[in-house]
Write a protein that binds this ligand. Sequence first.
Ligand code: KPL
Length: 315
Amino acid sequence: MPSGLRDNNLKTSRHPLPPQWTLLGCGALGGVFASLLAQSGQSTRVLLRERHRATLHPGIDFTSLDGHTQLLTIERGFISQPGAIKRLLVMTKASQVVPALTPLIGRLPAGVPIVLLHNGMGIAEQVVQRFPHHPVIAGVTSHGAMQSGHFVFRHTGKGETWLGPVNEAAKAHAYLADELARALGQAGWDEQIRVRQWQKLAINCAINPLTALYKVKNGELSGTRFTDALQQICVEVADVMQAEGLPVSNEDLLRRVMMVVELTADNYSSMYQDMELGRETEIEAITGFLLAKATQYGIAVPVNQGLYQAIKEKQ
Ligand code: KPL
């Protein structure tokens, strides 16, 4: 073997290149994104919490949209020893974003982009405060995912993914959407990501609490018994969005909701899955965020208020 090659190998093992993507959080959607990124040939590491050490499986069992199951070898590490990070994709539940990122304060080199992909709103601002020297990017996705065991994931619906800047520094990182698109089939960059976040919030306010309370798949919301509730939820969200200065109509929101109901008809929403498994739901970041904004503007949102209370009582 030529000596140059040996040297090169040595260098690689002493200073391994950071993976293209480091994912924080490996729930249903995190597991599916990690699998799709790895399958697209982008090196990926998943950072887990210490409690997963005991149940760490050798690989990730991934079933793709076409029903093909594969055991994928994806590098896994622990938040306590994060290793070198090139870019961080945070895919925990909304309520876990700040607690999961906190151990990385002061350890993540300045300039490393942080991409947030969770349901709900109000979290990105807290991340910017804690990581003032990092580009912070917010994302929304409508991909469907299910987890049926430790590191057993299924991709259940091909959706859309959009990223956009939360702070000024993030504006230079539009290329991240192209890299995600290589794995997901589609992903776009939108400087007005806040509008898309609100549109997704409307979808989650409508689909998640109703499916969780009535224990139905997303598709069942197209039945007439849900028509009034869905319409009223959209009217209330549109009122609050208009107060925020965002151009929107309740008809447009309802159209978007019904499109997702149809596209994810066979899915169980994340809130349904969380309630069934006795896990904390994302109600605070979804309907809770809407209620806080409604209070700020003095707008009545009785249907969303009722759904919020019903979920809080049951969860
Ligand atoms: O985001 C979702 C969720 O379940 O949290 C939708 C789009 C409603 C898909 O189920």
